[in-house]
Design a protein around this ligand. Sequence first.
Ligand SMILES: [Zn+2]
Length: 67
Amino acid sequence: MPMYEYRCTECGHLYEQLRRMSEADQQLVCPRCASQQVERLVSACAVGASSSGGKGGGGCIPNGRFT
Ligand SMILES: [Zn+2]
């Protein structure tokens, strides 16, 4: 299961979450301020991520950022 990184555009909270591909674009709620203005940043090192398009300049997120 790929890990996705999300950012709340309301409070700027950044967090990661494991989600199934089919759930990646489900409605998101910021765990900090409960805003629904959350955007998905990148899928960290997910295989086949090149098909997502959108925000360029992605790639792998270095390991050990959080846990
Ligand atoms: Zn927030």
